[in-house]
Ligand binder design. Structure first.
Ligand code: SAJ
Length: 417
């Protein structure tokens, strides 16, 4: 069987590699010429555990090819981004373009799957009509389904195989055909449902997490007011068998949690006050972090602040919607700070400001602010901070384990001290 995957990013690429490794012939399509060239050499352009080796293998075995244009196939998988417009509505242009791009190659009996996260009803109201206008019946000629990706960056290769998959068909038959495609690679359960149910389930998963993180972040602010350690409170409350307070931090980033809840709000604004408030709380965290930095450096004329970690979470190179970037910008806007930024996972071309090495960042700094829980930061030693002017660390991810008398570590959950 041949699979054509449109969009070779964080989802499309590992998905292609897994199908290729399972014996499918895979052609991957991307609009970026450089990406296509890199991939055809057996190299990859993103960071993901285990992917470089698996990818090399499938390219070497001739199971995967990258191309700028789609080709005829049995199965088409669309895995392109759905960013957000400035007015917080979903930008589904890439999904529309990708669907249109496969039309010339579509034949009766093909399975077309959209994995991209989309607002509820997009399959029925947008994707199916595009196929109908082209002259194919989306309910009879083509098996059309939404199968949202649910993998956690960093664990993508494991979760693609082990997680339960939800397959929402535009028809019952489509759900079954699309589910069978996944059954070839997934060890977890593959559940068939309607398209809109699959769309909404995916959005609610990420919204659940966002709302729960907002609760933890609100607790941080409350704890600061009351004078209690939020991390300790969470640890103890979570001893209850039915409580699972999430972890507070400098904000919620990435292309999923910080975006997907708006796809629900867009379709049901009046009915979603809780979701909207959670978004507001999480969006307020970079400002909260900057306020704390100001407090910690109030006595200095030109505080030198070293930011550690620019990605939206630890052990990834992804800076999309990263609260750390926002915090960098807010600090710069203040005009008062000298800011340096260090991240062992991020390359200079990914950001619009200069990056420093570890040594450059700490040298003469008054404050180190940890904004991502990279393993490198968890294992730091007192020597790493030897050249700081004042040895103060603000750990917003509760990940620094330093017990050295010469260094003061403030935790985001324990700010009253
Ligand atoms: N975060 C917290 N506290 C927590 C957990 C996370 O502040 O307790 C922050 C992280 O630092 C990060 C953001 O939330 O800034 C999102 O991180 P994440 O690890 O929760 O999730 P993502 O965005 O990497 O991946 C999520 C996953 N969804 C769920 O766990 C419900 C993943 O399974 C989805 O496939 C992915 O979104 C997606 O593509 O939708």
């Amino acid at each position: 069987k041949k699979v054509c995957v449109v969009g070779l990013g964080y989802i499309g690429l590992p998905t292609s590699a897994i199908f290729a490794n399972a014996g499918f012939e895979v052609v991957g399509v991307d609009v970026n010429e450089k990406v296509v060239q890199t991939l055809n050499k057996g190299e990859i352009h993103i960071e993901e555990n285990g992917l470089p080796d698996l990818f090399k293998k499938v390219v070497r075995e001739g199971k995967f090819r990258a191309s700028l244009v789609p080709e005829k196939a049995d199965v088409f998988i669309i895995a392109v981004p759905t960013p957000i417009h400035e007015d917080y509505t979903a930008n589904i242009d890439y999904v529309i373009d990708a669907t249109k791009s496969i039309l010339p190659y579509l034949e009766k009996g093909n399975v077309v799957i959209v994995e991209s996260t989309i607002p509820p009803r997009t399959m029925d109201d947008v994707v199916a009509p595009i196929i109908r206008e082209h002259g194919l019946d989306p309910e009879k000629d083509i098996y059309l389904a939404h199968c949202p990706e649910r993998v956690l960056p960093g664990r993508i290769l494991i979760e693609l195989v082990e997680n339960t998959r939800i397959v929402g068909g535009v028809t019952k038959e489509a759900a079954k055909k699309a589910a069978d495609v996944y059954r070839a690679i997934v060890k977890g359960e593959v559940i068939e449902t309607e398209a809109v149910t699959a769309e909404m389930s995916k959005l609610m998963e990420n919204t659940f997490r966002d709302v729960n993180i907002a609760l933890a972040n609100e607790l941080v602010k409350i704890s600061r007011r009351i004078g209690v350690d939020a991390h300790k409170v969470i640890e103890l409350a979570n001893k209850h068998p039915r409580v699972n307070i999430h972890l507070p931090g400098p904000g919620v980033g990435g292309h999923c949690l910080a975006v997907d809840p708006y796809f629900i709000v867009e379709k049901a604004k009046e009915e979603s006050p809780l979701i909207q408030t959670a978004r507001r709380i999480n969006n307020s965290m970079p400002h909260f972090v900057v306020e704390q930095i100001q407090r910690m450096t109030a006595e200095l004329t030109v505080p030198k602040v070293a930011i550690f970690g620019l990605t939206y979470k630890g052990n990834t190179d992804d800076v999309r919607e990263s609260p750390a970037i926002k915090i960098y910008e807010l600090l710069k806007q203040q005009g008062r700070f000298e800011v340096r930024a260090y991240d062992p996972h991020v390359k200079q071309e990914q950001v619009s400001f200069p990056l420093s090495t570890l040594e450059e960042a700490v040298d003469g700094a008054h404050l180190v602010v940890v904004l991502a829980d990279h393993n490198e930061f968890k294992n730091m030693k007192a020597e790493d901070f030897a050249t700081m002017k004042t040895k103060v660390i603000f750990d917003t991810k509760n990940c620094v384990h330093l017990h050295d008398e010469s260094i003061t570590v403030y935790k985001i959950g324990n700010l009253h001290s």
